[in-house]
Design a binder for this molecule. Structure first.
Ligand code: SF4
Length: 458
């Protein structure tokens, strides 16, 4: 159970350093992204194509997943189906154990954060080493992610320098970014060369060919997907693309929307295994984890089209002030506000659909045109409808108001009562509503009373 967005946001808003770091980073990324997409005259057509491909993939998901399984198996890989995080974690742990691995190296993957893979492996005596720089920073500082793409966006350079000096190097580092990155490189290099099992996520899995794609900026992903003997990829089932040519669209949309680059510095694509070249075992774990339930909601399923570019976070006026931790999920920001309640249950995140001003900036920025504002309104409706039976103070108050409006006699009696209490009674009847608003005092005489009195006089 989470504390809820209002309470968590109140806490993060106290952190002025976090707000400064976030404000600076999101402003810079926003400006660069606008420049990058402005270079493409067919940007809107690309967005349309991305939305259409995702809609097709979701409409034919069972068929695409079976095609993917057949293609991966045909290329020498092994496919595992996981209904939930526990099953996926168990598969990864058993493969690692079978290879005698006490450590695995990891490429940044939100799916594995979602299922708590690192903690599950730790319980089995297997240590997961994050190799993405930002993920390494979070792991070393026992911190949680605040951004989909830049998980340590809330940390500044001096904080990271101090952290590395405490944890991975005995040297005093200069404040130069290259020297700080070098400390991480030296720390990780030996692990890349010695750890036999790697775990990755997937940006895309192509049903037609069985190819899995990971895009990244540091080269750590390339190391993980090529050097170890065994590669395990945990992929949410919504990441499947029907055809190879679909990559053409997404490999243009994703880098420009995420890091504002024309193409990703590293795009790793692999198809099964090849003797003498790269990992000699490839396991693909297909994770459901509530996704088929999301698919059952005709409106809500759009959230599964997300390609995790983070453009919606960077333009969101709410996210850029409260930061990712206020969303209490591995999926922060506008996409988190619509994905987390659906994936993890409305009960777990009942306040997230209200974590938005509905300004629409997220929709304008989204490369696959997910209508996040409409989804937020839809989910607000679901929370109210599905939590009606909980007898919350608000639901009870609304039920009483409905009873009152249902009968003239009750309505007039309530008016008299409200006048007697002049405010306090009405405020007590509408606790949530009146906490944030000035409730006007009822008039001394209602229109009906005035009309009856007028009729008597004349
Ligand atoms: S919802 Fe759209 S803009 Fe936000 S992360 Fe997903 S793809 Fe990117």
């Amino acid at each position: 159970m989470t504390r809820g967005f209002p309470e968590a946001a109140r806490e993060t808003l106290q952190n002025s350093q976090l707000r400064r770091n976030l404000g600076k980073a999101t402003t810079t990324i926003r400006a660069k992204r606008l420049q990058a997409i402005g270079e493409l005259p067919d940007w809107e057509a690309l967005r349309e194509a991305g939305a259409a491909i995702k809609a097709r993939a979701m409409a034919t998901l069972p068929e695409q997943l079976e095609r993917l399984e057949a293609s991966v198996t045909g290329a020498g890989g092994v496919v595992h189906w996981a209904r939930d995080g526990a099953e996926a974690n168990a598969v990864v742990a058993s493969i690692a154990r079978a290879h005698g691995a006490r450590e695995v190296i990891k490429v940044k993957s939100i799916a594995t954060d979602e299922i708590g893979l690192n903690e599950a492996l730790e319980r089995e005596g297997i240590h997961a080493i994050e190799t993405d720089l930002a993920e390494l920073i979070l792991q070393l500082s026992h911190d949680t992610t605040t951004h989909i793409l830049v998980p340590a966006i809330h940390r500044n350079r001096m904080e990271i320098k101090a952290l590395f000096e405490r944890t991975i190097t005995s040297r005093t580092l200069s404040s130069d970014a290259t020297a700080i990155a070098e400390a991480a490189r030296v720390h990780l290099r030996q692990r890349f060369l010695s750890v036999p099992v790697a775990v990755s996520g997937a940006n895309f899995g192509v049903a037609e060919t069985g190819t899995v794609a990971v895009v990244e900026s540091e080269g750590n992903g390339r190391m993980c997907t090529t050097l170890p003997e065994v590669l395990i990829t945990v992929m949410g089932i919504e990441k499947v693309l029907p055809e190879w040519r679909d990559l053409e669209v997404f490999l243009q949309l994703l880098p420009r929307s995420s890091t504002a680059e024309r193409m990703n510095p590293y795009t790793s694509l692999w198809t099964g295994v090849r003797p003498g070249d790269g990992p000699q075992q490839f396991h693909l774990v297909l994770l459901d984890g509530g996704r088929t339930d999301v698919l059952a909601d005709e409106l809500g399923r759009q959230a599964l089209h997300c390609i995790r570019c983070s453009a919606c976070l960077n333009v969101c006026p709410v996210y850029s002030r409260v930061g990712g931790q206020a969303y209490e999920s591995v999926y922060p920001g506008p996409i988190g506000a619509v994905l987390s309640p659906q994936l993890f249950g409305l009960d777990a995140h009942p306040t997230l659909p209200w974590a938005s001003s509905l300004c629409g900036a997220c929709y304008d920025a989204c490369p696959v045109k997910i209508e996040i504002p409409s989804l937020l309104v839809h989910l607000r409706g679901r929370v109210v409808r599905e939590q009606k039976s909980r007898l919350s103070p608000e639901a009870l108050a609304m039920r009483a108001v409905a009873g009152m409006f249902g009968s003239q006699e009750r309505y007039e009696r309530a008016q008299k009562l409200a006048r007697l209490g002049r405010g306090p009674i009405a405020r007590a009847a509408l606790p949530g509503w009146s906490a944030m608003r000035e409730l006007p005092d009822p008039p001394a005489q209602t229109f009906r009373e005035w009309w009856r009195e007028r009729a008597r006089v004349s």
